[in-house]
Ligand binder design. Structure first.
Ligand SMILES: *Cc1c(COP(=O)(O)O)cnc(C)c1O
Length: 434
């Protein structure tokens, strides 16, 4: 018989004692690859010099482009810089409107602000948590220039209908793939359908190489514009071909190039990203199976053509199965047992954050909104994106993802046991003080 005091939240012993595998996880081969890069640079100084182009950064770009079947890739200092470069290349400028989502990491949207563009938020779909294609068209105005969307948690956005709408309205589509390396949409990797796709290889991501990013495109002009935004003239001077762009090769740039050591590390880690992603999928599947009969939690019900390589795994909180128990009480009981779980990754949808509520970005004078003739028509209100708001405030539970890149069965079994323990007597959960 279990007593209330056996629950860890009320002083009992916790169930989960296993740790996840170490993170980050650089293999011996990856460490050697960085060392090789340093050693090669003794003979050829260019090998570790991204500014001049060529060398290891270009090897990484070639591999990215090849694996995605895209024409061009540009390595960058991060996913954020890649997104900023993409918005610059897309020609987003002061007062241009860009349709995006409220349910992401802020940098899906700050890249728009960095160009003086005005984010216009479209709600997400309740099943997939990504941009809802049906919410796009009502927001399009003559000022709309582009769509910036995200494959949040690794879940691919519904690209086919989105690209169809974008083509019809001549909008450029930028895809934030920072969380979705290795995810597949209709059997093809994400980052293959948009005009520009931006990846992060920062230390928390599926391909985790310190800090860096890569953008890909099939459009030569977008490629050259991307180079001009963030690359040293040592490279752009050799690579820009378009005559009218050649005249703009100069040093008025952002230092957005990748570090050579990151490129060397990422290039090597690409050898095992598929294997790591398979474990992320398998571990999430095993946990979902284990939690099938547990009240209060249920996996997302994703359509079969979306195949995420989980960066984080979102779950649904199901309050109907635990009447009178709040998500916060559920989480407190579980975390006390050692379960690595938290509520919403997007604690508050982006459109409800201070920056948008006060229309105040770092320029500090109401820009970029002040640059729009219709600034007074652009308002960010609670209730504009009800699906995202409900996810953040009520439904999201988050557990698993990048860190589970190998077999973590022992940990998963303990997690399932902890869930069964805390839900054995829901009345005890109701007594957890908030
Ligand atoms: C991490 C992340 C970024 C930024 O990538 P960095 O490499 O950290 O600059 C952008 N968008 C999303 C969705 C991210 O998760």
């Amino acid at each position: 018989m279990m007593n209330k005091s056996d629950l860890a939240i009320f002083g009992g012993a916790k169930v989960v004692t296993e740790n996840g595998p170490p993170w980050p996880c650089f293999s011996d081969e990856e460490i050697q690859a960085v060392q090789q890069c340093m050693l090669k640079s003794r003979k050829d100084w260019r090998y570790a010099c991204t500014a001049c182009g060529g060398a290891v950064a270009e090897d990484l770009e070639k591999r990215f482009a090849k694996e995605l079947g895209r024409q061009y890739a540009v390595s960058t200092a991060g996913g954020g810089p890649a997104l900023h470069i993409a918005c610059m290349a897309a020609g987003i400028g002061l007062g241009d409107e860009v349709i995006t989502v409220p349910y992401s990491w802020g940098q899906t949207v700050s890249c728009i602000l960095q160009c003086g563009g005005i984010p216009i938020f479209a709600d997400i779909h309740p099943k997939t948590l990504t941009l809802d294609p049906a919410k796009i068209e009502p927001l399009i105005t003559p000022w709309t220039k582009a769509i910036v969307l995200v494959n949040i948690f690794g879940i691919p956005a519904d690209m086919d209908p989105i690209m169809e709408i974008a083509r019809r309205h001549k909008l450029i589509v930028i895809e934030d793939c920072a969380q979705s390396q290795g995810s597949r949409y209709k059997g093809k990797p994400v980052g293959t359908r948009s005009d520009i796709a931006c990846f992060s290889i920062g230390s928390g991501k599926n391909l985790a190489a310190g800090d860096g990013g890569v953008l890909v495109t099939d459009d030569r002009r977008l490629y050259e514009l991307s180079l001009l935004a963030g690359m040293h003239p040592g490279r752009t001077g050799r690579e820009i071909e378009t005559p009218e762009l050649k005249e703009w090769v100069d040093s008025f740039i952002y230092t957005y190039r990748i570090h050579a050591f990151t490129a060397a590390l990422a290039l090597k880690q690409m050898d095992r990203i598929e294997e790591m992603n398979e474990w992320r999928r398998r571990n999430a599947g095993r946990l979902a199976k284990g939690l099938e009969s547990v009240p209060g939690i249920k996996p997302l019900d994703l359509p079969a053509h979306l195949d995420p390589a989980w960066h984080m795994v979102p779950w649904n909180f199901v309050p109907e199965e635990l009447p009178g128990v709040s998500r916060e009480q559920y989480l407190k009981a579980l975390t006390a047992e050692g379960v690595p779980i938290f509520g919403s990754y997007v604690h508050l949808p982006l459109n409800l954050r201070k920056t948008f509520q006060e229309k105040h970005w770092w320029l500090g004078k109401g820009y970029p909104w002040a640059a729009s003739a219709r600034a007074d028509k652009i308002v960010y209100r609670k209730g504009d994106c009800p699906v995202a708001e409900k996810r953040s405030a009520e439904l999201d539970l988050t557990m698993g993802g990048s860190g589970w890149y190998k077999d973590v069965s022992a940990l998963l079994d303990q997690i399932v046991a902890a869930f069964k323990k805390v839900t054995a007597k829901p009345e005890w959960l109701r007594e957890i003080p908030l």
